[in-house]
Write a protein that binds this ligand. Structure first.
Ligand SMILES: NC(=O)c1ccc[n+]([C@@H]2O[C@H](COP(=O)([O-])OP(=O)(O)OC[C@H]3O[C@@H](n4cnc5c(N)ncnc54)[C@H](O)[C@@H]3O)[C@@H](O)[C@H]2O)c1
Length: 252
């Protein structure tokens, strides 16, 4: 493997403060990219900063919220005039709340982060990629993009819907050399548990029947390595793909 495969590239990573996003920042930086990492958790970002320093790496880390249009503009302005790879990683769970118990605020917030945030940032980087002859967008979806029994209604809907967005970009902008792919992790050892504590007992029991088949949780870098590869020119003919990285969960 060419360990400097992203040399000269500018990469934007959301969710850079924890888990898969943090691992993606570290990996992209180690592979030669200029990385702009953003997260709405400033404390978490400072831990990413420490880990980068400890590894002799650097990245521009920005406190920004993907649900705020002004923050999207700020991220793109910081990264521009050229963005080669966008990794849409930021996401939240929904406490396994099923439809009958759903309040509007939970629904809109989860969709805002997991779907609308991805749409806004992807839309914002599009003209930069078009003007520089192409680019690659990698969006972290989930096994919940193809299975209902992994989360509540808001998360499952957001992760199903984001696949439509990923494929839309692939189909309509592929001719301009812009690739768009989705990564579907299964269980990963991250901080996402803060938004997954169950609120409705029967729904969690129902989900548990499916969750019982999950293989051992992966480490975040096992997902970051796929994000990095899909983002790179080594994946030049991969466009519109929905790639599982779930240890075989979906195969069960
Ligand atoms: N961990 C898993 O088991 C798992 C499984 C399938 C899919 N995923 C997906 O992987 C992605 C990354 O999750 P993770 O497991 O690394 O979780 P994580 O909680 O460890 O990291 C997510 C990061 O996103 C940030 N974030 C949340 N809302 C934000 C916002 N509005 N603006 C900017 N940043 C925001 C959080 O502060 C956090 O640092 C998510 O899209 C998640 O749905 C995770």
């Amino acid at each position: 493997m060419d360990t400097q495969r992203h040399a000269g590239m500018t990469v934007v990573v959301t969710g850079a403060g924890n888990g898969i996003g943090r691992a993606t920042v570290l990996r992209m930086a180690a592979e030669g990219a200029t990385v702009i990492g953003c997260d709405n958790n400033a404390d978490a970002l400072s831990q990413t900063h420490t880990l980068l320093n400890d590894s002799g790496l650097s990245a521009v880390l920005v406190s920004a919220d993907v649900t705020h249009p002004a923050d999207i503009e700020r991220i793109v302005a910081l990264a521009g005039p050229r963005i080669d790879i966008l990794a849409n990683v930021a996401g939240i769970m929904d406490h396994f709340v099923p439809l009958g118990d759903l309040d509007d605020a939970t629904w809109f917030h989860v969709l805002d982060v997991n779907l609308t945030g991805v749409m806004r940032l992807s839309r914002a980087v599009l003209p930069l990629m078009q003007s520089h002859g192409g680019g690659s967008i990698v969006t972290v979806a989930s096994v919940a993009s193809v299975h209902a029994g992994c989360a509540g209604v808001s998360y499952v809907t957001s992760k199903h819907a984001v696949i439509g967005l990923v494929r839309h970009i692939a189909y309509f902008y592929g001719p301009e050399n812009i690739r768009s792919n989705a990564v579907l992790p299964g269980a990963v050892n991250t901080a996402i548990g803060t938004t997954s504590t169950p609120r409705v007992a029967w729904a969690m029991e129902r989900a548990a029947a499916n969750l019982g088949a999950i293989p051992a949780a992966a480490e975040p870098d096992e997902i970051a390595t796929l994000i990095s590869w899909l983002g790179s020119s080594e994946a030049s003919n991969i466009n519109g793909a929905v790639v599982s990285a779930d240890g075989g969960w979906d195969a069960a």
